[in-house]
Design a protein around this ligand. Structure first.
Ligand SMILES: Cc1cc2nc3c(=O)[nH]c(=O)nc-3n(C[C@H](O)[C@H](O)[C@H](O)COP(=O)(O)OP(=O)(O)OC[C@H]3O[C@@H](n4cnc5c(N)ncnc54)[C@H](O)[C@@H]3O)c2cc1C
Length: 476
């Protein structure tokens, strides 16, 4: 071990305590991985237990030019939580207390390491929920969701993290590791420039979140769900447009393509079956109106060619039928399809999840253009997503040994991002920028005449993090 490295580890152990600092290589390797097997290394792993620990660490890092890589559950999909060998992994999993729940004031105060799933388990006892539910909800942490600006299945109704963060306690990467509180526990607040919203989606590049006050909402009284199978994705997208025109109070609207349906049906316990592309729609409505709403939805589904339709009058019925199982199995199904179709069993597969959004009225065109790209590049993919927001997640795979396709992959990804940009949407809806979408960000800003924003963003980064020690080389 080199002297500087040893000195750093000893200093950190002295400042924070030996039980919070780890230099075991196997452990660092484990924490260095993200959800799609990107790998990074680090000098050490730090597991703080309090805001004071984080403050001491950032102050030490500032004084010693040490890089810090904040991390929640490392389920990010764009390389934003991956560390580098020159720094420290700061994983906030031990700061996992829910500190306060106020139903009257509609908020929960929580530490960053609480997982969204656990948060909802606790809130359900109060008849409340936290409505941002990414596909990774069982693992994703509050701090990670805030910093990636996460969205999810209920985005159609409730929006994304930027709509739910009321107040934050953060630690700055400066000489003193300054602890700063911004925002307010009220749903209305004007505090000059909106620094809370600046931290949301900043991907751990500006400050470390150590506590958050999040807005909560009542669990809807009743939700009906319909699922159906369409021969073509274009027909399905047309049904989506008609549903949107019909003024239903849509809670969830998700789609999954035919390939995924086929694979997921073999691997989930769902009680439904069908062929083609699947659309699942949940609508908030009273139990008294359930049949009327479901029948109207069924009419739209059938008008656009749905061959088989399943209806659930309550959440419980939907769960029993497993109407969401196929959608929730999307990433796993893509991996299974990729594994089955690889040329050699020993070949290693990379499954890359894309994340564009288009205005929903442009969905048909977007889907058509993505399928054309699939043919042009000869690289297979599955399609699914949060279709009510126009958010499409192509899962694209290549075999690591297939050098020709591997080389084409970045070009295909760039072309898919371009579809989002050209159709008036975006190249990153909810996964963020990290390291993989930096060029896409520049292209989008350029296309919209907003390149100057990059300069402003760089200035903001320098103000928060003058030495560039916090999650460097991410986003910008
Ligand atoms: C199967 C699967 C499905 C997914 N589905 C969705 C989806 O539907 N919608 C969606 O939006 N995302 C989705 N994701 C992406 C990801 O899970 C989310 O972005 C999630 O919110 C990240 O949470 P995390 O705790 O894993 O954060 P991490 O991956 O650990 O970190 C994410 C970012 O936040 C920073 N960070 C973490 N904690 C802090 C903190 N306390 N202070 C400062 N910075 C911090 C990190 O540096 C990094 O930049 C999915 C991922 C997978 C693997």
């Amino acid at each position: 071990m080199d002297v500087k490295r040893e000195e750093t580890i000893n200093d950190l152990k002295r400042i924070l305590g030996t039980e919070k600092v780890f230099d075991d290589e196997a452990l660092i390797k484990l924490y260095g991985k993200d959800a799609i097997f990107r790998e990074g290394s680090a000098i050490a792993l730090v597991l703080p237990e309090s805001v004071e620990d984080v403050s001491k660490l950032l102050s030490y890092a500032y004084k010693n030019d040490l890089k810090i890589y904040p991390q929640g559950s490392a389920t990010d999909l764009v390389g934003s939580s991956t560390p580098h060998s020159d720094g420290i992994i700061l994983n906030l999993q031990r700061m996992n207390r829910i500190k306060e729940i106020s139903v009257v004031d509609s908020y929960v105060v929580t530490e960053p390491g609480v997982r969204l799933f656990e948060l909802n388990n606790v809130l359900s006892d109060y008849g409340y929920m936290f409505p941002v539910d990414p596909g990774s909800v069982k693992s994703a942490s509050v701090g990670g969701a805030i910093n990636s600006g996460a969205g999810g299945m209920m985005g159609a109704k409730y929006g994304t993290m930027k709509d739910y963060v009321l107040e934050l306690q953060v630690v700055l990467p400066d000489e003193n590791g300054t602890i700063m509180r911004i925002g307010s526990k009220t749903t209305k607040s004007r505090q000059g420039y909106d620094l809370v919203r600046l931290i949301v989606g900043s991907e751990g590049t500006l400050a470390v979140v150590t506590e958050a006050t999040l807005k909560i909402v009542p669990i809807p009284e009743n939700v009906v769900t319909i699922a159906g199978f369409f021969p073509s994705l274009e027909d399905l997208a047309r049904a989506v447009i008609d549903i949107k025109k019909s003024r239903f109070d849509v809670l969830i609207m998700e789609f999954v393509d035919d390939l995924t349906v086929k694979s997921a049906l073999e691997n989930t316990k769902t009680k439904i079956s069908g062929e083609g592309n699947m659309l699942i729609t949940s609508v908030i409505t009273s139990i008294e109106s359930a049949d009327r709403v479901l029948n109207s939805l069924e009419e739209i589904f059938k008008l656009h060619g749905a061959t088989k339709v399943y209806k659930a009058r309550t959440q419980q019925e939907s769960d029993e039928l497993g109407l969401m199982d196929i959608r929730r199995n999307y990433y796993a199904a893509s991996i299974q399809i990729a594994a089955k179709t690889r040329k050699k069993e020993t070949n290693k597969i990379i499954v890359y999840p894309e994340d564009i959004s288009v205005p929903p009225s442009k969905l048909v065109e977007a889907v058509r253009r993505i399928r054309e790209l699939e043919k042009k590049y000869g690289i297979p993919m599955t399609l699914a997503g949060h279709i009510s927001d126009g958010n499409i997640h192509p899962n694209i795979w290549v075999e690591e040994e297939d050098k020709e396709r591997l080389e084409l992959l970045p070009k295909l990804i760039a072309d898919i991002m371009r579809i989002g940009i050209e159709l008036g949407g975006t190249m990153s809806s909810e996964h963020g920028i990290g390291t993989t979408k930096k060029e896409g960000l520049i292209e989008e800003l350029e296309h919209k005449g907003g390149l100057k924003a990059l300069e402003l963003m760089r200035g903001i980064k320098r103000l928060f993090d003058p030495k560039g020690i916090l999650n460097p080389d991410k986003v910008l």
